[in-house]
Design a protein around this ligand. Structure first.
Ligand code: C2E
Ligand code: MG
Ligand code: MG
Ligand code: MG
Length: 294
């Protein structure tokens, strides 16, 4: 910006810096009020099995500020992590999405999975597994229906004693996913050490599957990750699937589940409910389909 305006670069740079920190402070104050004022919302992005059946949803936070408009997660989640607001916000996100999924689960015979993102701070917090158990109990959602998404960097940072809550949660049936798999540390030792059930292949690998010119290496990486996962009896979810070509390739490579704009964007609760209804309608029509009409 300093370069565009010309003039005294250092002065402009300083002005930009302090303006940014002012914005940050304002944003921080707004975020403090957001939870209380009901400005936070959960969105649900559908996940599908390779045969097209609905597998469940990833719960994603959305913040719509009355004046600022929608603030993207990449902007407010790092901020919330710095000032520890992610603790109450993360707890609310967990409880709200469990409550919602338990209601949906009660209205459909198909088992649905709810994936919830967990930040490093929540993980480091002593009683976070108690918090999860409480959210399950209060909502009535079965532990097997919940998948906690952790990042590689988070998992690598933990000492042995800190992963105890993870083992306790896995013991009651909760699923544990590694989010953005392949972008963090290269050590794979934690796959042995931790009770992981799912790898979520990062969208950068998926995007590279359809790159022009084609990147053969990413195809090999995706193939290898899927083989590794399956030999460890883990489920593989591909994130950020945007094209038919990517889906076809992932099917060929033996991926288990898909998530991405091709199949469905994150939806507010009523939007996801409409999706559930259309799934139910299709099933109903499917069972009474006239064979002569085929
Ligand atoms: P993530 O957990 O890896 O979530 C996937 C992100 O990819 C979401 O972005 C989703 O909207 C986006 N996405 C899904 N399909 C596609 C696609 O086909 N193409 C592209 N380009 N993007 C796709 P979103 O919702 O903006 O969230 C960004 C990140 O913010 C999340 O990445 C997660 O790390 C964090 N986040 C979101 N909600 C929560 C939450 O409740 N708690 C915590 N701790 N973090 C959250
Ligand atoms: Mg995630
Ligand atoms: Mg991810
Ligand atoms: Mg991501």
């Amino acid at each position: 910006r300093a370069k565009e305006r010309g003039g005294d670069r250092i002065e402009c740079f300083t002005a930009t810096l302090s303006q940014n920190s002012l914005e940050r402070q304002e944003l921080e104050q707004c975020l403090r009020d957001a939870l209380r004022n009901g400005e936070l919302q959960m969105y649900y992005q559908p996940q599908f099995f390779m045969d097209g059946r609905l597998a469940g949803a990833e719960a994603l936070l959305r913040w719509n500020h009355p004046l600022l408009g929608p603030v993207p997660p990449v902007k407010f989640i790092p901020l919330a992590e710095e000032n520890r607001l992610i603790l109450p916000i993360g707890e609310w996100a967990l409880r709200e999405s469990c409550r919602q999924m338990a209601l949906w689960q009660a209205s459909t015979p198909d088992p649905l999975l709810l994936a919830v993102n967990v930040s490093a701070l929540q993980f480091a917090h002593g009683d976070w597994d108690t918090c999860v158990v409480k959210a399950l109990e209060d909502s009535g959602l079965a532990a097997e229906r919940l998948e906690l998404e952790l990042t590689e960097s988070l998992v690598m940072r933990q000492g042995h004693e800190d992963v105890e809550p993870l083992h306790r949660l896995r013991e009651i049936g909760t699923r544990i996913a590694i989010d953005d798999f392949g972008t963090g540390y290269s050590s794979l030792g934690y796959l042995q050490r931790l009770p992981i059930t799912t790898l979520k292949l990062d969208q950068t690998f998926i995007a590279a599957l359809q790159a022009e010119p084609p990147e053969m290496s990413s195809e090999h990486i995706v193939r290898a990750v899927i083989q590794l996962a399956h030999s460890l009896k883990l489920t593989v979810v591909a994130e950020g699937v945007e094209t038919e070509g990517q889906r076809d390739m992932l099917e060929l490579l033996g991926c288990d589940c898909l998530q991405g704009f091709l199949l469905g964007r994150p939806l507010p609760a009523d939007g996801f409910e409409a999706l559930l209804e259309s799934v139910a309608t299709r099933r109903f029509l499917g069972t009474r389909r006239d064979p002569e009409a085929e």
